[in-house]
Design a protein around this ligand. Structure first.
Ligand code: NAD
Ligand code: UDP
Ligand code: UDP
Length: 311
């Protein structure tokens, strides 16, 4: 059994990852500054003697002893990563440098939670890993997109220059229990609005598309990547290729929740990607991974979570 560091471990994906690693019998060190994560997300793990939490900002150096590092620390919702964009770039760049420095000192394997946002507003559809993307370097999303791109550069340079064992995972839109009700991303917004009978806020005309992966599937792919042979480093797309428009998503959620919400059209944020769908041929072949949970099943689980916490 290993000692594993999860940065951003009190966040949405991080808390599920900590839980899964503990269930496998590992010792888990969760590092988080609670910018978007909460103590509530990990409260149920605190009784476990193999779980430890450290409040720390990864833009500052971290000296701990571990065997593996999952680097997830970074706000993921546009609302939150645009709140303090300079800090977002720092988390992505300084955070990556510190975690890579830590990995280098320990000769520990390190996985980076990268993103489909590295493809920007893509002109190639669906997006394979070989596509270099179309990203605005000076827009309001750049702190996140370019920050994550720079983090990928750092990972590959530490691999080439210091022979680090790296894994780079390009995560596509993921949803599920423990998203924060004020997270601001589309699935949590629509579900919370539908449960409260408030208008469903569609940005733009709602024809833009995304492809949504359930959190359990995603975490399975993440651990498979970490445990894959050393020579497989990625980048690898992990996501669910089932693509839909935001109008279709709103209608599906309204049907499942069964409320009285009306649809309200709001301005489209700047640089909002028009389409997104992962090409997961590489994940299938190299990790023997594909998503198993349908959107409807995943949404039902997520809705029942929000019913409890919004009650
Ligand atoms: P989240 O906002 O719920 O979690 C991020 C966590 O990082 C939070 O707990 C936050 O408090 C912590 N954090 C932020 N800045 C920090 C800092 N300076 N030091 C320490 N901790 C810090 O988001 P999430 O959806 O769980 O995303 C986790 C990771 O996965 C992020 O790196 C994100 O970019 C990536 N990702 C997520 C998605 C998705 O759809 N959920 C898609 C692509 C990539
Ligand atoms: N670092 C860290 N923990 C460690 C080792 C390094 O946080 O256990 C940080 C360190 O502060 C440094 C960064 O990681 O700024 C990069 O480390 P590296 O060894 O690559 O570079 P250097 O120390 O030579 O600048
Ligand atoms: N979106 C929306 N209503 C909302 C929140 C988001 O229509 O209340 C749209 C947003 O403009 C984008 C899509 O849903 O086109 C996905 O947004 P999200 O912030 O979840 O993820 P990202 O844009 O980072 O993929």
């Amino acid at each position: 059994m290993k000692k594993i560091l999860v940065t951003g471990g009190a966040g949405f994906l991080g808390s599920h990852l900590c839980e899964r690693l503990l269930a496998q019998g590992h010792d888990v060190l969760c590092v988080d500054n609670y910018f978007t994560g909460t103590k509530g997300n990990i409260a149920h793990l605190l009784q476990n003697p193999h779980f430890e939490v450290l409040r720390h900002d990864v833009t500052f150096p971290l000296y701990v002893e571990v065997d593996q590092i999952y680097n997830l620390a970074c706000p993921a919702s546009p609302v939150h990563y645009q709140h303090d964009p300079v800090q977002t770039t720092k988390v992505n760049v300084h955070g990556a440098i510190n975690m890579l420095g830590l990995a280098k000192r320990l000769r520990a394997r390190i996985l980076q939670a990268s993103t489909s946002e590295v493809y920007g507003d893509p002109e190639v559809h669906p997006q394979p890993e070989s596509y270099w993307g179309k990203v605005n370097p000076i827009g309001i999303r750049s702190c996140y997109d370019e920050g994550k791109r720079c983090a990928e550069t750092l990972f590959f340079d530490y691999w080439r220059q210091h022979q680090l064992e790296i894994k780079v995972m390009r995560i596509f839109n993921t949803y599920g229990p423990r998203m924060h009700p004020n997270d601001g991303r589309v699935v949590s917004n629509f579900i919370v609005q539908a449960l409260k009978g408030e208008p469903i806020t569609i940005y733009g005309d709602g024809t833009q598309t995304r492809s949504f992966c359930y959190v359990e599937d995603l975490i399975g792919g993440m651990i498979r990547l970490m445990e894959s042979p050393a020579e497989f480093i990625g980048p690898v797309n992990v996501g669910n290729p089932q693509e839909m428009s935001m109008i279709e998503l709103a209608e599906t959620i309204l049907t499942l929740v069964g409320g009285t919400s009306k649809i309200e059209f709001c301005p489209l944020p700047q640089d909002d990607p028009k389409q997104r769908q992962p090409d997961i041929a590489l994940a299938r072949q190299a990790l023997d991974w594909a998503p198993q949970i349908s959107l409807r099943d995943g949404l039902r689980e997520t809705i029942s979570y929000f019913r409890q916490i919004c009650a």
